[in-house]
Design a protein around this ligand. Structure first.
Ligand code: CU
Length: 496
């Protein structure tokens, strides 16, 4: 068996504490500088690599730009290949310039909370003086980030949690949305965002990038056509890749798709010599043996998984035949505008057929638990608002924030909103992006607490941005940038 060099991707905060500019970070910064100096039609250049994800620039003839895969089951696999080849290109520059021979891309583990939920210091300083005395603009810095991001403001812990994603044992399909996204042909922006992609992936893009104001003039990270220009993009995606790796190792029925249409779909990337390489998911599932890298915490125990009895049925659901589409039982009569305050929308139950009852009864039928979904349909944001929205179900006005958990559904995110294809029939009334949340357990809890009503549900939305560290100046009221309000076309409930 061929021996493959093993590279280890490390936690950036473990490298950067107590003092910033570990040789790995330094090597990355220098390589970013070198790659930025290469022409945009060179596949090993910074611009070309970023444009492979997305760009507003006109592609040179034959360039593989605008290739990113979102809101489908290719999200995890395409990005693994993308990050892997980028890492090879960076490593070759690092080793050419005297950096560590075993250089590997670090990851940003924001989900631990505390100081690590802020951008690492080496990414926040506008200018730098490397250990060799060289000064100038810091290659890892950009001012095109959310207000506060470069001041050490933090990602709110619940908003970057992966526990909800890990509670899904199915990669695609029901229970929706699944860990990895829905089955679809390759497309830049599909209609089936998986749980991992929405949170923490989209949330981090939205809150680090902040509001956008046109072709990469606002926040880079919050726009797919600009995101990979921010050097922290790659550390964020290394972390998403790590979360995928660890999910697959968790067991409990968790498994990657076995369909040939997922395993064999080829995508094109470029190696460190600028040579095109085709790869498919079947080439990348075992990173240590197939790609020669692993994470410093690989197969770490995940101890804090919420014990949701729902997750236990995933194995049965995973091998079941394709299931019929969920049946809609309630829908709002209007959309809702998302601004600076709390927005609310009433979702009346459909008349007749005992639909209201059905929603309230997540009973087990034929050995399979019935699921209730809350769908936030047609999410539109012409200009990215720079915040995400927390969604609550039947939360009474004036609820103490400490009690809000009892009504919490999930997060509406905006990364790629407006770029998504029209719905394929599952949500025919709307364009834009749809988020589906499994609220089976929440509805059962609301019923038990007497907080469920058969005639209508009430859904509320609260803006959420970065939060300053303890002791820092209080933030302005959370809310979108002025003139950047977002809109939702409809909120519905469905059963499956
Ligand atoms: Cu991303």
């Amino acid at each position: 068996m061929e021996h493959m060099t093993q590279y280890v991707r490390r936690d950036i905060w473990s490298l950067e504490e107590p003092t910033p500019w570990d040789p790995v970070t330094l090597g990355y910064a220098r390589a970013v500088d070198v790659m930025r100096g290469r022409p945009a039609d060179d596949p090993t250049s910074w611009d070309y690599q970023a444009a492979m994800h997305g760009t507003y620039a006109r592609p040179p003839a034959g360039a593989d730009w605008n290739q990113c895969q979102h809101a489908s089951w290719f999200f995890t696999s395409w990005h693994r290949m993308y990050v892997y080849f980028f890492e090879r290109i960076v490593r070759s520059v690092v080793t050419d310039t005297g950096g560590p021979q075993d250089w590997a891309l670090p990851y940003w583990n924001y989900s631990t909370g505390g100081p690590q939920a802020a951008l690492p210091p080496a990414f926040r300083e506008a200018t730098w003086t490397g250990p060799d005395g060289r000064g100038g603009p810091n290659p890892l810095y950009t001012d095109r980030r959310a207000p506060g991001a470069n001041l050490g403001w933090r990602l709110p812990q619940r908003a970057v949690s992966f526990e909800d994603a890990y509670s899904y044992t199915n990669f695609s399909g029901a229970p929706l949305p699944g860990f990895g996204g829905g089955q679809a042909d390759p497309t830049q922006f599909g209609q089936f965002t998986g749980a991992l992609e929405n949170r923490p992936h989209n949330v981090v893009h939205d809150l680090v990038g902040g509001p956008t104001s046109g072709a990469c003039q606002g926040g880079l990270m919050s726009d797919p056509n600009c995101a990979a220009q921010d050097p922290v993009f790659w550390l964020h995606h290394a972390n998403i890749d790590r979360l995928w790796t660890n999910w697959a190792a968790l067991g409990g029925g968790r498994a990657n798709p076995a369909d040939r249409s997922w395993l064999d779909q080829e995508f094109t990337f470029y190696d460190e010599n600028g040579k095109p390489v085709q790869m498919s998911a079947s080439d990348i599932l075992h990173t240590a043996t197939q790609l020669g890298y692993r994470y410093d915490d690989q197969v770490a125990a995940v101890t804090s998984l919420r014990s949701q009895p729902l997750a236990a049925v995933g194995g049965a659901a995973a091998k079941a035949a394709p299931q019929p589409a969920p049946t809609m039982v309630a829908a709002s009569e209007s959309g809702v505008e998302l601004g600076a305050g709390t927005a609310q929308v009433r979702v009346p139950m459909a008349a007749g057929a005992g639909a209201g009852l059905a929603v309230g009864e997540p009973q087990v039928t034929d050995g399979e638990r019935r699921h209730v979904y809350l769908n936030v349909e047609g999410v539109q944001a012409e200009k990215h608002p720079g915040v995400v929205y927390e969604v609550y179900l039947n939360m009474p006005d004036g609820t103490d924030p400490v009690q809000a958990d009892n009504f919490f559904v999930g997060h509406v995110t905006f990364f790629g909103a407006g770029k998504h294809a029209d719905a394929d029939g599952a949500h025919p009334a709307t364009g834009g992006m749809t988020h589906t949340f499994d609220v089976t357990g929440l509805v059962a809890h609301l019923k038990a607490a007497g907080a469920w009503r058969a005639e209508a549900a009430q859904v509320s939305f609260q803006p959420l941005g970065l939060t300053p560290p303890p002791g820092a100046a209080a933030p302005a009221a959370a809310g979108p940038a002025p003139g950047h309000n977002a809109r939702i076309a409809r909120v519905s409930l469905s059963v499956h």
